[in-house]
Design a protein around this ligand. Structure first.
Ligand code: GLP
Length: 222
């Protein structure tokens, strides 16, 4: 199930090419998009080519509960790495918001996500669905685990300055995507990726739910 690629640049261009093909074939595609370090190469590949994003609609997986204008907010990340560098319409870009049921309604009204790209946390989380999350969960406000706060403190300089809460798509929401691609990079992700993709399907390892989806691809490089 896990496809091992020889470098980060091959991983980035492989996934960017899948998104390019999707947008060229289906310009009205709805994409589920991740943040974090792993997708940075994919985004820089995507903006190298003039691709028509004018009909695309995006749904980000998650946001911190914080000032959206902070440089480390996921809204700032997406503007900097993708949105400001394409012709996508700002009002076609969606981030989880409250009331969370209204965000779910937006996905439903748009007929669902066609292609969802995911990263994975070192504890097996996808989006901000931490270990123990119900497989049926929907978009909601969550408390981040100690592990995730620790991992993400590298972006904020200290654990104290790292947001402790987020709004995330639920596992049930993500699983309704027609196609899902999970990307992971680095030795520190290999063990959890293996547990998630080849181990028991359990709520203790949120990403393990992907084993039950009928259209998932997983790409890894060390
Ligand atoms: C954060 C995000 C996840 C992401 C994960 C891994 O917690 N909420 O969506 O997949 O980090 O990020 P990175 O690629 O930086 O390791």
């Amino acid at each position: 199930m896990i496809k091992i690629l020889k470098s980060y640049s091959v991983l980035s261009s492989t996934v960017a090419n899948i998104i390019k093909r999707q947008l060229k074939k289906h310009p009205l595609s709805k994409l589920g998009l991740p943040t974090g370090d792993t997708p940075l190469g994919m985004y820089s590949e995507l903006v190298k080519e003039e691709l028509d994003w004018s009909h695309a609609i995006t749904f980000n997986l998650d946001v911190y509960l914080m000032n959206v204008d902070h440089p480390e907010s996921y809204q700032s990340y997406m503007r900097k790495n993708l949105f400001d560098r394409t012709n996508i319409y700002p009002d076609h870009t969606h981030f989880p918001f409250r009331p969370t049921s209204a965000f779910e309604d937006k996905i439903t009204e748009s007929m669902g996500i066609d292609l969802c790209i995911l990263g994975i946390g070192t504890n097996g989380h996808i989006a901000f669905n931490e270990p123990g999350t119900s497989f049926k969960s929907r978009t909601r406000v969550v408390d981040l685990s100690e592990q995730t706060i620790q991992d993400n403190s590298r972006f904020f300089g200290s654990v104290d300055d790292t947001p402790k809460q987020a709004i995330t798509m639920g596992l049930g929401t993500i699983m309704e995507s027609k196609k899902i691609i999970l990307i992971a990079n680095g030795d520190h992700k290999l063990n959890i990726l293996n547990v998630a993709m080849n181990g028991e399907v359990t709520e203790d390892v949120p990403a393990s739910i992907l084993q039950t989806h009928n259209n998932v691809e997983v790409y890894y490089c060390d």
